[in-house]
Ligand binder design. Structure first.
Ligand SMILES: [Zn+2]
Length: 423
């Protein structure tokens, strides 16, 4: 089964490329004017100002490359070829590799021109095991490979920032709010600009001001939408990663502001965390034709039945529930949530979430016949080299994991039985 799966996967690369090319051509034909004409700034100007801002940022913070962060960016770009790209010689706008910066405030930002940064504390907050709003830096999970749950959350933070870039939010924002002269004034360090004076009187660093002030609520909402759509197209990333991110921030806010009142902070225009959570949950519901429900207590429902999702050593309970909710919804949307689409794949043989070091685990994978659509439903404690019965009795987890899969697959088959498809 693993072999067949691998063969299908190889067929996929070509398909994605040609589809990407086709969509690109369609988009180009559909657009009445080029982006450069739509805004008064060219891509080159945008990048020049972005590069200057990136320089300022790197003077202010300790900045570092990180292989894992670059790997996540690589996955987001290769699975979203019509929206995201590197500097590949074919595009006038491109994303620079995202860098980490050292800060105790878990944050991330996109400068114009595709230069983006994520705080190390944000990465750690997503990688920590517990879901209680704290970070235990002695107990962090690595990213990538089979670490699909926390990697999804980091990927969402990244996807949100890439959404600001893909949505051309800086171009829109500066056009409306600042104008080029004011911007140059700020970067040139000249006194007298309204934005600069405001920022100085508020004691706010100019770099921070430029990072946060420029985004409107609508742009933040839009960036969340871009972010979850980017995740949806990566087989091993779940939109549930967004739910986990917001869940953890809600817990963090409970710790910081136990009375529920948060300071009105003009530097943080992100819509309230609960609302952002609810919007992702709403997206999951709608994209699954109303079949997948998820709430901020970590409960997941498929066809109105509560799913019994067990915790495991390597994954905290709500995080796993959110992951599965997002993946079921995406599989339904891609019309691959059917019996004939399921396979069980050893991580050592998987093209996605490849990991040779966990022989006792398996991915439950949904894929289309031609391999063009793939979603990993979950990583379960199931050793493919052993029989079903052996797995059932071999580990303390085995029974609960198989029971969970039986429940999900049972509901899936029941739905398909009662909703015959037109072929
Ligand atoms: Zn944002």
């Amino acid at each position: 089964m693993g072999r067949r799966f691998t063969k299908e996967m190889y067929g996929m690369k070509k398909y994605i490329f040609s589809m990407g090319l086709m969509f690109g051509l369609l988009l180009a034909a559909a657009q009445p004017f080029s982006p450069a004409q739509a805004h008064f700034m060219t891509s080159a100007e945008e990048r020049e100002i972005g590069a200057a801002a990136a320089e300022r940022t790197e003077e202010k913070y300790d900045v570092a490359w990180d292989d894992d962060i670059v790997e996540i960016q690589k996955r987001l770009i290769e699975c979203n070829p019509t929206q995201l790209n590197w500097n590949d010689g074919r595009h006038t706008r491109w994303l620079a590799p995202m860098k980490l910066y050292h800060s105790d405030h878990p944050n991330a930002f996109m400068l114009r021109g595709g230069y983006s940064y994520m705080a190390d504390s944000m990465v750690n907050f997503m990688n920590t095991y517990q879901n209680d709003g704290y970070t235990n830096s002695n107990n962090l999970r690595p990213m990538n490979r089979s670490n699909i749950y926390n990697t999804s959350s980091v990927a969402f933070v990244m996807g949100h920032e890439f959404g600001h870039w893909a949505g051309k939010d800086h171009l829109e924002g500066y056009d409306k709010q600042f104008g080029l002269n004011l911007l140059v004034g700020i970067f040139g360090g000249q006194a007298g600009s309204v934005g600069g004076a405001l920022a100085q009187s508020a004691g706010v660093n100019l770099v921070d001001t430029l990072i946060d002030r420029q985004m409107s609520f609508n742009q933040e909402k839009g960036a969340d939408e871009w972010g979850i759509k980017f995740l949806e197209n990566v087989p091993e990333y779940s939109t549930g990663g967004a739910l986990t991110k917001f869940y953890r921030f809600m817990k963090l806010e409970e710790i910081r502001y136990p009375d529920g009142k948060r300071p009105k902070n003009f530097r943080n225009p992100h819509p309230e965390t609960q609302k952002r959570f609810d919007r992702v949950a709403d997206y999951i519901k709608k994209s699954s034709n109303g079949r997948v429900g998820v709430n901020s207590y970590g409960n997941v429902f498929l066809d109105r039945v509560h799913l019994d999702i067990p915790s495991r050593m390597d994954v905290a309970d709500v995080e796993r529930s959110f992951y599965i909710a997002g993946q079921i919804a995406a599989a339904i949307k891609k019309d691959i949530f059917h019996r004939e689409n399921i396979s069980v794949v050893a991580p050592s043989e998987s093209r996605y979430g490849y990991d040779p070091n966990i022989p006792r685990m398996s991915y439950v994978v949904f894929s289309s016949k031609d391999g063009s659509e793939v979603k990993i439903l979950d990583l379960i404690a199931y050793d493919k080299t052993r029989s079903y019965e052996e797995n059932l009795n071999s580990s303390i987890y085995g029974k609960a994991e198989i029971k969970m899969m039986d429940q999900i697959i049972g509901l899936m088959e029941e739905y398909d039985r009662t909703h015959p498809r037109r072929r």
